[in-house]
Design a binder for this molecule. Structure first.
Ligand SMILES: NC(=O)c1ccc[n+]([C@@H]2O[C@H](COP(=O)([O-])OP(=O)(O)OC[C@H]3O[C@@H](n4cnc5c(N)ncnc54)[C@H](OP(=O)(O)O)[C@@H]3O)[C@@H](O)[C@H]2O)c1
Length: 318
């Protein structure tokens, strides 16, 4: 099958594209070719590239047509953030593809409800990103029901992988939190430590896309969470990382308003978003219907990423 992966050199695509090639697909990767995949793999030698600037092509009304012109059997869209963008693509692909897969996010869920959250939970997104992703999901599931496009939506958690820092126990990307935990220095963290984070290794996300493609009868018309087997509380995460570093936890939990005085506006906002979402999603549906078996726990994924980051910044002997 010819599989077009839109945004195939990013976090997820770096792992998904090689898996698709190894599964025997002819892969066409769509990007501006401004970056290389996060990890090298021999499979990339067998990948075709289509250089298209999505933003520019969409504004000219040409993006959907450009993707259709690649004559795909299957399209995986990793970089869609508005329902207008989804609509342009879906309309151009109507009647032309066997399967269309969209990358969503667990933030289509707002807070509350029973946990772990299941896919059939009513959507109560908050924030621009979650609302837009929920609108895309609703649109794609609806057009699938009406027979226009055979769509599937996969909702990853907080992406973790080699080459970038994962969300830390403070719920943001500040590397100093890991540094301080690793050095046994006092780490100030925002309450409540009971807020949950739900990470996922990008190779597990790639696995889920491959499984969804391999099982169209089970995946078309459906949404699936793609996360690690269990979410972590921020408190458990901090303790476990300190244990792993061998430093023991030296933590001070502060009310959010007090904690934020010492961090950047950006980090404070990212943390608040994670605390308010307090994601904790079920993978039962993906496990039962797609045979999705994540290889990484949240902690194992984070530890792999942090290990690599520490190794890469350590000066090598001359
Ligand atoms: N980050 C998270 O923790 C998280 C969590 C849940 C869900 N998600 C979802 O995951 C998806 C993002 O996946 P990702 O993190 O793997 O993506 P990513 O790393 O941001 O990769 C972006 C890809 O798109 C290409 N690209 C960027 N701008 C483009 C443009 N204007 N035209 C054509 N190609 C363009 C990039 O290559 P070039 O730059 O070379 O063009 C690259 O291949 C999104 O749908 C997001 O909602 C992310």
């Amino acid at each position: 099958m010819t599989v077009v992966v839109i945004g195939g050199t990013g976090h997820i695509g770096s792992f998904l594209v090689p898996r698709l090639v190894e599964a025997g697909h002819h892969v066409i990767c769509v990007s501006r070719r401004q970056r290389s995949p996060y990890v090298s793999h021999d499979a990339w030698k067998r990948v075709e590239h289509a250089v298209i600037d999505r933003g520019r092509a969409e504004s000219e009304g040409q993006f959907g047509r450009a993707i259709a012109a690649l004559v795909p059997d299957i399209v995986v869209d990793l970089t869609c953030y508005t329902v207008e963008s989804a609509t342009q693509l879906a309309e151009a692909l109507t009647g032309r593809v066997a399967h269309f897969l969209h990358c969503g996010t667990i933030w289509v869920h707002g807070p509350g409800g029973a946990v772990p959250t299941t896919e059939d939970e009513p959507r109560r997104p908050f924030g621009d990103y979650g609302r837009r992703k929920a609108a895309i999901e609703r649109y794609l599931i609806d057009v699938t029901k009406h027979g226009s496009l055979p769509g599937t939506v996969l909702h990853p958690g907080h992406l973790v992988g080699p080459g970038w820092m994962p969300i830390n126990p403070a719920g943001n990307f500040d590397v100093k939190v890991f540094d301080d935990l690793g050095s046994g220095r006092l780490v100030r963290l925002p309450q409540p430590g009971t807020a949950t984070l739900h990470h996922v290794h990008v190779d597990d996300v790639a696995q889920a896309f491959v499984q969804a493609i391999a099982h169209p009868e089970a995946s078309i018309g459906e949404s699936f969470h793609v996360v690690s087997p269990r979410a972590m509380t921020m408190s458990e995460y901090a303790d476990q990382m300190a244990d792993w570093f061998g430093t023991g936890p030296t933590l001070q939990w502060l009310p959010y308003a007090e904690w934020r005085a010492d961090v950047s506006e950006r980090d404070a906002a990212i943390t608040l978003d994670h605390i308010q979402h307090s994601s904790n999603c079920s993978i039962d549906k993906a496990r039962d219907r797609l045979a999705y078996v994540p290889r990484y726990s949240s902690l194992a994924a984070v530890q792999e990423s942090v290990t690599r980051w520490m190794r890469d910044r350590t000066p090598r002997p001359a």
